[in-house]
Design a protein around this ligand. Structure first.
Ligand SMILES: Cc1cc2nc3c(=O)[nH]c(=O)nc-3n(C[C@H](O)[C@H](O)[C@H](O)COP(=O)(O)O)c2cc1C
Ligand SMILES: Nc1ncnc2c1ncn2[C@@H]1O[C@H](COP(=O)(O)OP(=O)(O)OP(=O)(O)O)[C@@H](O)[C@H]1O
Length: 143
């Protein structure tokens, strides 16, 4: 039976930390779906620069990814119900609470485990492994 994994995030300006996360999530199963957050749901940091469709298309082009989809505008569990995954792979620094997600999955009758991926170890001192830091660097160097 195919083991389906879901990963999720904003993915505004893709960098090697994203690639690491998605490769690790893909290795947790056979098929990787990625839910790309809608602007309205990115409320804990600055609004994404790139439109959701562009962020989805870039993630979709990555080798580790089988399918990237736009997230639901209001209920983040709708795509989970549709895909019915075996594993939700949370990113190393995602603010979501593992136990709360597990409780909501159970409430909706979904059998799915929640795993945490690791952070990428920098392979060079000058790697920039965060969208926020890439934008800060652009503002510093080009203004
Ligand atoms: C299991 C799960 C499902 C999600 N599904 C959606 C969704 O359908 N729509 C959406 O806009 N955001 C969804 N999100 C939220 C974002 O992917 C994301 O966590 C957040 O809004 C963006 O911040 P981040 O890139 O720092 O994680 C989901 C998050 C989790 C953990
Ligand atoms: N350096 C990294 N190593 C491993 N995973 C990462 C890294 N950076 C981001 N991720 C993961 O990629 C997913 C999407 O991350 P997100 O779009 O928030 O990027 P980000 O670079 O962390 O953004 P920002 O710096 O603006 O907060 C999240 O699950 C996050 O944990």
């Amino acid at each position: 039976m195919t083991k389906t994994v879901i990963a999720q995030g904003t993915f505004d300006i893709v960098h090697p930390g994203h690639v690491h996360y998605l490769e690790e999530a893909a290795a947790m199963g056979d098929e990787l779906y990625v839910i790309v957050a809608r602007k309205a749901n990115v409320d804990h940091k600055e609004t994404p620069i790139c439109p959701a469709t562009q962020r989805r298309d870039v993630v979709n082009a990555l080798e580790a990814v089988d399918e990237a989809i736009l997230g639901h505008e209001e209920d983040i569990f709708v795509p989970i119900e549709e895909i019915d995954p075996d594993v939700i792979a949370l990113g190393h620094d995602q603010h979501h609470d593992d136990a709360q997600i597990e409780a909501e999955l159970e409430r909706r009758g979904l059998e799915c485990t929640v795993e945490r991926a690791s952070g990428r170890e920098s392979v060079a001192d000058d790697e920039i492994l965060s969208t926020r830091l890439i934008i800060e660097r652009i503002l510093e160097q080009r203004s």
